[in-house]
Design a protein around this ligand. Structure first.
Ligand SMILES: Nc1ncnc2c1ncn2[C@@H]1O[C@H](COP(=O)(O)OP(=O)(O)O)[C@@H](O)[C@H]1O
Ligand SMILES: [Mg+2]
Length: 277
């Protein structure tokens, strides 16, 4: 269990690491750690109010991480920083060992392999499920997709694979607007997967889902991790308990606690601020 503002693990090269910027030594150190995401001492202020306060957080490659915390803890702001929507006042944010997220635009970050799913699904309602996935496909460099006359066999196979993965194989010809709320969420996850992200950020995936849809979503997210890294922000504690390996609790813009679900639930500070016990 870590105190607020204490790095997850603080190796001896820590000070050099956090102050040296992008020196080759630092990059080598990052690579050695096997992490896909490094957030270090990130502070974001809105009119003097600190939405993020010296936030330090690491995500391992292939990990499924759950982020919990009360409303206003800074969870969405953290995702805004990772995706380039919000620039921090200070701190560092790296994607793997090489890519400085704070120097990249939102499209560059998406192109580099970070996909974000917002709470509200944004599928093309009037188009079939299959077409939604087709449109989400990453276009070959410099080629506008509509100029590609026919879908290659490889691309078609990829869409079929994603349809099965997100559980919409039977709904492939259905208008996306006719899907249930849960199915729309899965379709949007499928659309993100078409872009082959290495890191998926998912904000409150099970809000408004039925119990069955929630269980199916848990299975899906567990299946997605490993091949890629997945960060899930979620309020539904039952859901988090069912998928969580490592949980990070945010509070007032910093990490309050991190560990297994059992560990964070037993943490008195967590109980006080979040679980209300
Ligand atoms: N654009 C903004 N302008 C002013 N305050 C903001 C803005 N975005 C977020 N905040 C504030 O920052 C804090 C953290 O918000 P947020 O990251 O959305 O928390 P969470 O997602 O954990 O509920 C909240 O107090 C919120 O009101
Ligand atoms: Mg939020």
């Amino acid at each position: 269990m870590n105190a607020p503002r204490t790095p997850v693990s603080a190796p001896t090269w820590w000070d050099e690491f956090t102050t040296a910027g992008s020196s080759p030594n630092t990059a080598a150190a990052r690579l050695h750690q096997g992490n896909i995401l490094y957030i270090e001492n990130v502070t974001v202020s809105f009119d003097g109010f600190r939405a993020l306060n010296e936030l330090t957080l690491y995500i391992e490659t292939g990990e499924l991480r759950c982020i919990i915390g009360p409303n206003g803890a800074g969870k969405s702001t953290m995702m805004d920083v990772i995706t380039g929507k919000t620039r921090p006042d200070r701190g560092q944010a790296w994607f793997g060992s090489q890519l400085n997220l704070l120097k990249m635009s939102e499209p560059e970050i998406a192109e580099a392999g970070i996909g974000r799913k917002f709470q509200k699904p944004t599928v093309f309602e009037h188009l079939p499920v299959f077409t939604n996935l087709e449109l989400a496909m990453r276009a070959p460099k410099g080629v506008w997709r509509s100029l590609v006359a026919r879908l290659s066999g490889e691309a078609r196979d990829r869409i079929e694979e994603i349809l099965v993965l997100v559980g919409l194989a039977e709904q492939r010809d259905m208008r996306a607007g006719a899907l249930s709320h849960g199915q729309k969420q899965w379709l949007e996850i499928g659309m993100l997967l078409m872009q082959e992200p290495q890191l998926l950020l998912i904000d409150e995936p099970v809000a408004g889902m039925t119990h069955q849809e929630t269980e199916r979503t848990a299975e899906l997210l567990v299946a997605l991790a490993g091949q890629r890294s997945v960060v899930v922000v979620e309020h539904d504690m039952e859901f988090v308990r069912s998928i969580a390996k490592r949980v990070t609790v945010l509070h007032e813009g910093s990490v309050l606690a991190e560990g297994s679900m059992a560990q964070v639930q037993d943490d008195p500070r967590v109980r006080q601020v979040y679980l209300g016990a």
